[in-house]
Design a protein around this ligand. Sequence first.
Ligand code: AMP
Length: 629
Amino acid sequence: MAKIGINIATGSLQQAEMIVGIDLGTTNSLVAIIHPETKMPIALKEHGTSSLVPSIVHFDEYGNASVGEVAKQYLESEPQNTIFSAKRLMGKSYNDVKNNANFFTYKVIDDNTDSLVKVQVGNQFYSPIELSSFILKELKQRAEHILKTPVTKAVITVPAYFNDAQRQATRDAGKLAGLDVLRIVNEPTAASLAYGLGLRMDEEKTIAVYDLGGGTFDVSILRITNGIFEVLSTNGDTYLGGDDFDRLIIQHWLKEKGMTEEGLHSNKQLAQTLRLIAEEAKKQLSTQEVFEMNNPLFATDNSQQTYDLRLTTYDFNALIQPLVDKTITSCVNALKDAALTTADIDTIVMVGGSTRVPAVKNAVSAFFGKPVNDTVNPDEVVALGAAVQADILAGNNKDFLLLDITPLSLGLETMGGLMDVLIPRNSKIPTKVGRQYTTYVDGQGSMRISVFQGERDLVKDNRKLAEFNLTNIPGMPAGLPKVEVNFLINADGILVVTAKELRSGVQQSIEVKPQYGLTDKQVEQMLMDSITHAKDDIQIRALVEARTEGEQILVVTEKFLTKNTTLITKEEMLATAQAMQALQLALTMEDKNLIHTKTEELNEITRPFAERAMDEAISSAMKGQNILG
Ligand code: AMP
């Protein structure tokens, strides 16, 4: 398979540009690359700083955005203009998030509809896509600063449970940030890749990926065969994570001091300090048995000698036990959904900062009955895997072809010679896509299925791969047959096209080798052409679509007139005939606007007829006649 990059702006081919891997996380985000010399994945960081960029956007009074650590400082003091967890809003409507509305300290617009949510800061409105794009832009700039080269291409990870809308929203955020998102990869898949899993052709494995971050938990069961990752099941709790551990520690200390949580609400300073100390305690307890700190906020008379805040690993483990148990229940459910048992799991991969807690690690390991993989930094593992995937896409990993992509789009010829893409270019193989079509002519007994490859809007500019006729479709009125066409590309890159008329079951299929006879150079040329002709193609597509619509309305009107002569006056008949003629004339010209106008005019004239026909049908039915008769 060919792997080439094209700079959409300049059209130049870029064979060797660095593609970065990005983990766009709920709490933290980061960028990773494959080191050009060591060939190992590394997370990018400026000297002396962390690779993690808090996924937080702060807006100042002029609407200027800052991202990361800088923005995080405003979390407590300016909750209205400091947006965290935007990822939780991706592709969601207010109705989707209203149950958790209290979680957000900023204003999520409640329009009580299913349209996508917006966040209001001052008098500005931001979509989660825009908010995420601010974070991605920051990551892009960071990477460019560190690598001293422009970064325009990325692989971005998303949770395995993200639906199409959420994946598309992530892609759009990338685009908005000036990134060409070559692939959206599932986080558990990326984490597995970082451990080198799935990189060998003959490898067959079932993996459990346990991901416990700051605010979210999920577990995914993956199956790898021949370098292809399949998500068998996912489970989890999108409001469970290390932050909850911190909260439990705070509650424990407050109880010890005889304080209530309400008291804490009124003392913001104390609340913030306590949260930081609790997190620090938790982290220390990952490597030591006791945490002790003398904190002046709790100072008593003899506090110089005694430690005010103390927590042992033993007590901490007892505190978090119910939450850890909850995650194990999710593992049970994930296995159940995948119809597997713990014995079927070959490998366990740990992701997320909270998996550093020994009690968590032990519980997971005990449940699956195996040691877990935890040698890669759990905060970075997803980004590192995204970098591995990016490297494969860049063509640097020659041994690894099957987790690969279709270099050109594959589609069918539809009305007016238009290309209807079923499998877009850059789709991972194997892949399967189905779409339904119907007939345009009454009693149409066969349908021609012409398969094309390429990026142009008209099939005549693309490459024809195959053609066959689906015959023996039983005679039915136009629009009634349901012909489902399936495109399946198997792991060897063979495309199988199947067409089936669903009402009658008539079926036919053909096998094609899309790559056959195409050199990398030709693929490049086809991509280049699609870019150079993009503008013309859009215009031609619009014209062809307008013509198809115009032609269809002419057929429908014609049919209506012959059937319903009694419902229409002479004058109306004349006006209709004139409008039809005008449209027919427009169809011979190249002006899509004229066709639209003439189509609309004909529509206007005939609209009352349809209503009359409907009334007539209803009154006939009321007289006891069959409405369809
Ligand atoms: P993530 O969302 O994957 O970045 O995970 C962040 C969470 O991991 C936060 O709740 C952190 O407090 C937690 N975390 C980071 N380091 C440690 C550690 N050493 N021990 C326990 N929890 C940690």
